[in-house]
Design a protein around this ligand. Structure first.
Ligand SMILES: Cc1ncc(C[n+]2csc(CCOP(=O)(O)OP(=O)(O)O)c2C)c(N)n1
Ligand SMILES: [Mg+2]
Length: 618
């Protein structure tokens, strides 16, 4: 770690009074129900609802039941924090399915394994605690793939379990047989098979560690059907230890503070690691103490309150150009809790050549950054975001600031904030229809939804208006896939609604993306949620048509869709469904949805001339 500093620091962090470090919240996996409450930025964040309550008699009954591999898996998952298992059942894993509820894990049947995996993924993203998704052999396993990949890209912990053919049939191209560990398992962070009951505890220990340690991620467990019912040695208990998160050393913290303090145009680029560590308010303190603005990584817009004067927008797709320009102008950057995806880093061009940068992350980029074309960081620090930021804030309390430099930063930050605010207005123009103005829909959502409402998003250009124009005021109020997977919005909303039953949850979807997981409307009803689904319907895969048009394709194929009466589909699934054709009708429909005790779908026809937030007809 080579530190090279310019001459005149704005603040000498090394002079700050030494304060003892605040201990982190316990990392014990058996206390996952109560993540330390994030101190509020503007108002207290609502606590998650207690997760499923199962009849008290069941665990007791389970304790007398034979100790099978299935039961040991269920208990290990429960100890690791699992409260939900999402699944399309199969006969290949009944030895697990039937013991889950007895172990305190609620089973939610879905209409497609892709949705089950998305629900588990979203649960992991939102809470930091893993959920499970279960599927049968190659057919169900293949359907899980999109959620496993998404969890990998989102660093979300997730347990995928696939029932495999019986051992006696293995290797004979049996019914639905495929090498699950060697195929979809390769999408996961870790994958293995429990080939016999003797292996169960060792493999489970590895499995849990892999999902939760370092940069969390999805793991895949393949288990032959007959192995689930085999008995495990009663003395063999998987240790299930979650290794403590790595913590920054004081010297590293000092070096980063020096980097930021001595720069002229520093910036903090903050990602999902800040949300997962529940340290957003500490980050704001750090930003305020140093007068350094914060830009959110792509799809992490809730990392700090968007109303804070030091927030300068979300990087990546749909961001106004001022965001990228500000990042390019930075002479120093702290990249905190972000993997610097291709989208957040604008094709690995940020941090730019003139930016000295520090990467503080569970898996910081080292020399390997070069393989992406990214210049390796000047400081690479492996640390959980919270321990880093808290130590940094402690170092800075009572520090003396150079008044002239502070004033310069204050003026520059105000200018940058005003530029971002002006560039992120999305509801202008004199659109009278047909269909609604997508920017005005976003403004209405912003005005009406309470601060604790959770938004989820699907993939597609319809989402650009929300990405630019919505304002998130609390951490943990947005879930979106950095994989850009279509079909995510509704399943993610169902998962969020299960966790936070008292909070409004709104899924923003395009007609294409919603079509992929539309049947989960029935799951939303059956699971007792009150999700609100808003579908922006241009009757096409609009984003891809935009790319075809840019290429000058004369007769574009494959991007036109027909019409679906989405509101009628919702009603057929037991939800409420309403179609809104004018801007004026949207707010009343939203208010009714918020007051309802059932899921609601609001169908918004969008004229095709609304190509993207940067290419609108008005
Ligand atoms: C699973 C998956 N398949 C394909 C894509 C490629 N893709 C990205 S956006 C998009 C179109 C989305 O259509 P829609 O949901 O209607 O939103 P729109 O672009 O029309 O606003 C497609 C096909 C993807 N991101 N994910
Ligand atoms: Mg569309």
């Amino acid at each position: 770690m080579q530190e090279s500093l310019p001459t005149r620091p704005v603040i000498d962090a090394t002079d700050a009074t030494e304060v003892p470090e605040v201990p982190d919240a316990p990392d014990a996996p058996d206390a996952p129900d109560a993540p330390e409450a994030e101190p509020a930025q503007t108002a207290p964040e609502a606590k998650p609802e207690p997760e499923p309550r199962l009849p008290a008699s069941e665990p007791e009954a389970a304790s007398q039941a034979p100790r099978t591999v299935g039961r040991v898996i269920a208990e290990a998952f429960r100890t690791a924090g699992v409260r939900y298992a999402f699944t399309v059942p199969g006969e290949s894993f009944l030895g697990l399915l039937d013991v889950l509820e007895g172990a305190g894990i609620r089973v939610v049947a879905t209409r497609h394994e892709g949705a089950a995996a998305f629900m588990a993924e979203a649960h992991g993203q939102l809470t930091g605690r893993p959920a499970a998704c279960l599927a049968t052999r190659a057919v169900g396993g293949a359907n899980l793939a999109i959620g496993i990949h998404t969890a990998r890209q989102d660093s979300a912990p997730l347990f995928a379990v696939v029932g495999q053919v019986e051992r006696s049939a293995a290797g004979r191209e049996a019914f639905q047989e495929a090498d699950l560990v060697g195929s979809i398992g390769r999408l996961a962070k870790w994958a293995a098979e429990i080939g016999s009951p003797e292996e169960a505890t060792r493999v489970l220990d590895e499995c849990v560690r892999a999902a939760l340690s370092d940069r969390p991620g999805p793991v895949l467990l393949s288990v032959p059907e007959d192995v689930f019912d085999e008995l495990v040695n009663p003395d063999a208990t998987p240790p299930i230890v979650r290794p403590p998160a790595p913590r920054a050393e004081l010297a590293d913290v000092r070096a980063v503070l020096h980097l930021l303090a001595s720069a002229e145009r520093p910036v903090i680029l903050a990602g999902g690691g800040v949300l997962r560590a529940r340290t957003s308010s500490d980050l704001i303190k750090l930003a305020e103490l140093l007068h350094v603005p914060v830009v959110a990584g792509w799809r992490r817009p809730d990392v700090v309150s968007n109303d804070h004067p030091l927030y300068l927008g979300m990087a990546g797709l749909s961001a106004p150009s001022v965001v990228r320009e500000r990042l390019e102008r930075a002479d120093a950057m702290l990249v905190l809790g972000s993997r610097l995806s291709e989208i957040t880093s604008y094709g690995w061009s940020i941090p730019g050549p003139g930016t000295r940068w520090a990467h503080v992350d569970l898996e910081p980029r080292g020399a390997a950054a070069g393989s992406t074309g990214l210049r390796p960081p000047d400081l690479a620090i492996q640390s959980d975001a919270r321990s880093f930021v808290r130590l940094a804030v402690q170092r800075l309390q009572g520090a003396v600031l150079d008044a002239a430099s502070v004033e310069a930063r204050r003026v520059a930050n105000e200018t940058d904030r005003a530029a971002w605010e002006a560039a992120s207005v999305v509801d202008t123009g004199s659109w009278e229809g047909p269909g609604v103005h997508p920017g005005r829909v976003v403004t209405s959502l912003r005005r009406i939804l309470p601060d604790e409402a959770i938004l989820t998003i699907d993939a597609g250009n319809f989402g650009g208006w929300a990405a630019r124009g919505f304002r998130f005021r609390r951490p943990g109020t947005f879930i979106g896939p950095t994989s850009g997977a279509m079909g995510y919005g509704l399943p993610a909303a169902i998962a969020a609604s299960l966790v936070h039953r008292d909070r409004p949850v709104v899924a923003l979807c395009g007609d294409g993306g919603l079509g992929m997981t539309l049947a989960e409307l029935e799951t939303a009803v059956r699971a007792g949620t009150r999700v609100i689904v808003i579908v922006f319907d241009n009757e096409r895969y609009g984003t891809i048509r935009m790319y075809q048009d840019r290429r000058g394709v004369a007769d574009p194929a494959g991007t036109d869709l027909g019409s679906i009466d989405f509101a009628a589909v919702a009603r057929a699934c037991g939800a409420r469904g309403t179609r809104v054709d004018t801007d004026a009708a949207f707010e009343p429909a939203l208010l009714q949805a918020l007051a309802s005790d059932r899921p609601t779908l609001i169908h918004l026809p969008i004229d095709r001339s609304w190509v993207s937030v940067d290419d609108a007809p008005v």
